[in-house]
Design a protein around this ligand. Structure first.
Ligand SMILES: *[C@@H]1O[C@H](CO)[C@@H](O)[C@H](O)[C@H]1NC(C)=O
Ligand SMILES: *[C@@H]1O[C@H](CO)[C@@H](O)[C@H](O)[C@H]1NC(C)=O
Ligand SMILES: *[C@@H]1O[C@H](CO)[C@@H](O)[C@H](O)[C@H]1NC(C)=O
Ligand SMILES: *[C@@H]1O[C@H](CO)[C@@H](O)[C@H](O)[C@H]1NC(C)=O
Ligand SMILES: *[C@@H]1O[C@H](CO)[C@@H](O)[C@H](O)[C@H]1NC(C)=O
Length: 411
């Protein structure tokens, strides 16, 4: 149906949709503001897009309804800058649905049942900056699917069923800064050529996939990346030059994988790294020099590592800028070697709770400089060797910053 014939249909239908509340053409359950040009429909059972809204609206939100598709009435609303159709029952988006939406900045289609998008789905969206497709059933990203969206800054494809990405799927996304591909069924890291198309990428979320390993140079073209999330990515190992080229990376999450050793060699490439999470992996030891080369590291989080037993002395040499250390819930950790944290001028918070520590060497930390210390839930043997800790806690008045120590023995 052409726009003009649809328009006359609307005109014919108008008397039938006679407003009861004085507000023209506003469906039940929606709020339509002709001044701000916003339409907001609350939780409801709308199953088709309303066709008789004010054609000048700029913001349309129909969340938590029963929309099944985007029908041709969408073309009336060409002034939209913000469109949110999340949490509906949409299975498909017809090709060229947005051909007349050159002003649209944000499109939220998350949490529907969309199974496919093609390189004609998003045609016309030449100014869009945010596209959210999270929580759908997309299985493949095809050749140049997103290319019409030359201004896109954030693309969320998390929580889908993506198992295949055409190497040119992301071509044209010059400005893309944030990309979510987490929680899919990828078994290999996207091809290098895919990332070459993304010269502005700053944040990449690849967690909850099944990669097993990361090949060398996988991210070497992501020169602008500052954050990489590989949490729960099924990693058993990481090759030594897997992280090469990530010159600006400041935050890396490798937690909840199956790493059998701290990937010291791979980490050495990340001279600017400030935050590292490595918990919930299966390594048993944090060895001397485990984080060699990470001179900017400020925050280190190794929690819930089920087999970790020992932190060797010198484990954190090179990490003199460390500020926050969280080594908690490592159920077998019972050895922290003395002098592990000698000479850390910036160290201010240490969390050692829920480990298997029976004692702590007095020379481990510059204890009295710490602002926060939590050593709770360890089976400490409170003999005279641990007297210093008791005295320290008393001197700090065991405030809530300093969680109390409970002794396993003598109690
Ligand atoms: C869309 O993809 C097909 C292949 O799947 C390709 O032949 C076609 O040229 C693409 N169109 C655009 C506009 O990129
Ligand atoms: C990495 O892990 C995979 C899967 O367990 C294994 O096949 C491969 O040999 C390992 N590579 C290295 C270098 O350890
Ligand atoms: C540390 O890691 C745990 C689990 O691995 C996570 O729940 C927690 O939020 C992380 N904390 C920080 C500060 O990154
Ligand atoms: C330390 O990690 C534990 C477990 O992941 C988390 O609950 C806690 O909030 C973290 N504490 C700090 C200070 O980051
Ligand atoms: C310790 O803290 C309590 C409240 O938490 C306060 O009433 C008490 O005066 C403090 N004692 C010292 C010595 O600072």
């Amino acid at each position: 149906m052409s726009p003009s014939s649809l328009l006359s249909l609307v005109v014919l239908l108008l008397p039938l949709l006679a407003p009861t509340n004085g507000l023209a053409n506003c469906p039940n359950g929606c709020e339509c503001d002709d001044e701000t040009l916003k339409v907001n429909c609350g939780v409801g059972a709308l199953d088709v897009l309303p066709i008789a809204l004010n054609p000048s609206i700029q913001r349309l939100v129909i969340k938590n309804n029963k929309l099944k598709t985007i029908d041709s009435s969408m073309q009336f609303y060409s002034q939209l800058t913000f469109l949110d159709l999340s949490y509906n029952d949409m299975v498909t988006i017809p090709e060229r649905s947005f051909l007349y939406h050159a002003k649209l900045l944000e499109l939220h289609l998350n949490h529907n049942k969309i199974g496919q998008v093609t390189n004609k789905t998003f045609m016309g969206l030449s100014t869009i900056t945010v596209l959210n497709l999270r929580g759908n059933l997309i299985a493949e990203l095809d050749y140049r699917t997103f290319s019409p969206m030359v201004k896109l800054v954030e693309l969320n494809l998390g929580q889908n069923r993506i198992s295949h990405i055409d190497p040119h799927a992301l071509d044209g996304l010059q400005d893309l800064s944030i990309l979510y591909l987490d929680d899919n069924t990828l078994t290999t890291v996207p091809a290098e050529i895919t990332f070459q198309a993304l010269p502005s990428l700053a944040e990449l979320y690849l967690g909850t996939n099944s990669f097993m390993t990361i090949p060398g140079g996988a991210f070497k073209d992501l020169k602008t990346l500052t954050r990489l999330d590989l949490r729960g990515a099924g990693l058993h190992n990481i090759s030594a030059d897997a992280l090469a080229g990530l010159e600006r990376i400041r935050s890396l999450d490798l937690s909840d994988n199956s790493l059998q050793a701290v990937p010291t060699a791979a980490l050495q490439h990340l001279a600017r790294l400030e935050q590292l999470s490595l918990g919930q992996n299966v390594f048993e030891v944090i060895g001397t020099g485990a984080f060699a080369g990470l001179r900017e590291l400020r925050q280190l989080n190794i929690t819930g590592a089920p087999r970790l037993r020992r932190v060797e002395s010198g484990a954190f040499t090179d990490n003199a800028n460390l500020e926050h250390l969280n080594l908690s819930a490592n159920k077998q950790l019972n050895e922290l070697h003395a002098n592990t944290f000698g000479g850390f001028p910036h160290l201010s918070s240490v969390v050692l709770k829920e480990n298997q520590l029976s004692s702590l060497p007095e020379t481990l930390f510059p204890w009295s400089d710490l602002q926060t210390l939590d050593v709770s839930d360890n089976p400490f043997v409170c003999d005279c060797q641990l007297m210093w800790l008791r005295n320290l806690l008393i001197s700090k008045n065991a405030s809530n910053q300093y969680a109390p120590v409970i002794c396993a023995y003598p109690g």
